[in-house]
Design a protein around this ligand. Structure first.
Ligand SMILES: [Ca+2]
Ligand SMILES: [Ca+2]
Length: 357
């Protein structure tokens, strides 16, 4: 490092100011030199004589000065280049609007609205009063009962996980998967699973089919033994996995590398690939996992009742709490375009909209 460079480093915080001023000086010099050379050329055209040595000395001097300033500002970085401002982080709590045991939030990207499923009562009661709300991205309520289990012709008891596919909103409802028109909310069908006790999450699979889980819990939250992962394909329900030892499968999501499932009772994460036994990724643990989402950048988030956190599942299989102090965070959703996680606060009748750290 030469003496000039050492001196430059020692300037420390003053460099930013100096570089900015040097950049202005360079602009002014560029302006000056172009004008100077134009005048010089004009002078030559007019027959004004100047020795060639003098002209070379002038040109060399200007070149050295320009190079010095260019090098200086180069070392200091593009301090004049402003990076675009990052969006302001948001933390919006939608509270006191009439939610009743919200279990799941889903971003309807086409409508750009957040859908909230409300159990309204016990998770296993066929009481006919469940409903789906619509919330705008600023947290304002568009409709509390956009789909209402008490409306004529609508059946909805204890809605939990949701997914949108093929123009339909699919909703898990105790032992049936119900579908509604994505735009109008009108019922479009239902398919029930014999013996199912606690259908929980629903996910749109990459192949166009619908995946859903049965947590295998009875009204007292004791194991019923019906733990399973199902696939609805072409109007037919196929069993992907069924085993009473699955630990209450809850959140489910499809990825390019298999299906990811999180479990509530055993606090596990496992992957399902075709024709392969489920691969454990996390747990067993005390995390009591509920929802799982995969973002377009492949980040995986999951919600834990056990430690009241939204976790990021790292590529190495570690669960890292990235949002803490969220009690009973149920089936989270994501608004990927706004880099937000949507957290239903099951016990607080509220929804939290948070920028993902
Ligand atoms: Ca209900
Ligand atoms: Ca759930």
């Amino acid at each position: 490092m030469n003496a000039l460079a050492r001196y430059w480093c020692m300037l420390g915080p003053m460099r930013t100011v100096l570089v900015r001023d040097l950049s202005r000086a360079r602009s002014a010099l560029n302006h000056y030199t172009s004008g100077h050379f134009r005048a010089w050329i004009r002078g030559s055209e007019k027959g004004i004589t100047m020795s060639s040595t003098c002209r070379l000395q002038q040109a060399a001097g200007i070149a050295v000065f320009v190079l010095f300033i260019t090098g200086c500002s180069g070392e200091g970085g593009d301090t004049d280049t402003m990076s675009p401002a990052a969006p302001e982080p948001v933390s919006i709590r939608v509270d006191g609007v009439g939610f009743s045991t919200p279990e799941s939030v889903l971003h309807d990207e086409a409508a750009d609205l957040y859908l909230v499923s409300n159990i309204n009562g016990s998770p296993t009661d066929k009481d006919g009063n469940g409903f789906i709300s619509r919330v705008a991205s600023d947290g304002s309520l568009e409709a509390l009962k956009w789909i209402d289990g008490e409306a004529p012709g609508v059946t909805l008891h204890a809605p939990k996980g949701m997914a949108i596919a093929n123009g339909n909103l699919y909703v898990a409802d105790i032992d049936c998967l119900r579908s509604f028109d994505q735009v109008s909310g009108e019922p479009t069908g239902e398919i029930c699973v014999d013996g199912a006790t606690f259908l929980n999450d629903v996910a749109a699979a990459l192949d166009g089919s619908i995946l859903f889980t049965d947590s295998g819990l009875d009204p007292s939250f004791s194991p019923s033994g019906t733990d399973a992962v199902y696939r609805l394909d072409g109007g037919e329900v196929l069993t992907v996995l069924a085993n009473p030892d699955l630990g209450a499968p809850n959140g489910i999501v499809d990825t390019n590398d298999g299906i990811l499932v999180v479990t509530f009772m055993s606090g596990e994460v496992f992957r399902i690939r075709p024709s392969v036994a489920p691969t454990p990724i996390v747990g067993p643990s005390e995390m009591q996992l509920d929802g799982i989402v995969v973002l377009p950048n492949d980040r995986v988030l999951m919600s834990s009742w056990g430690d009241s956190c939204v976790h990021e599942l790292t590529a190495s299989g570690e669960a890292q709490c990235i949002i803490s102090d969220v009690a009973a965070p149920a089936d989270i959703g994501a608004d990927a375009g706004r880099n937000r996680v949507l957290i239903p606060l099951f016990n607080d009748n509220a929804v939290l909209i948070r920028t993902i750290p």
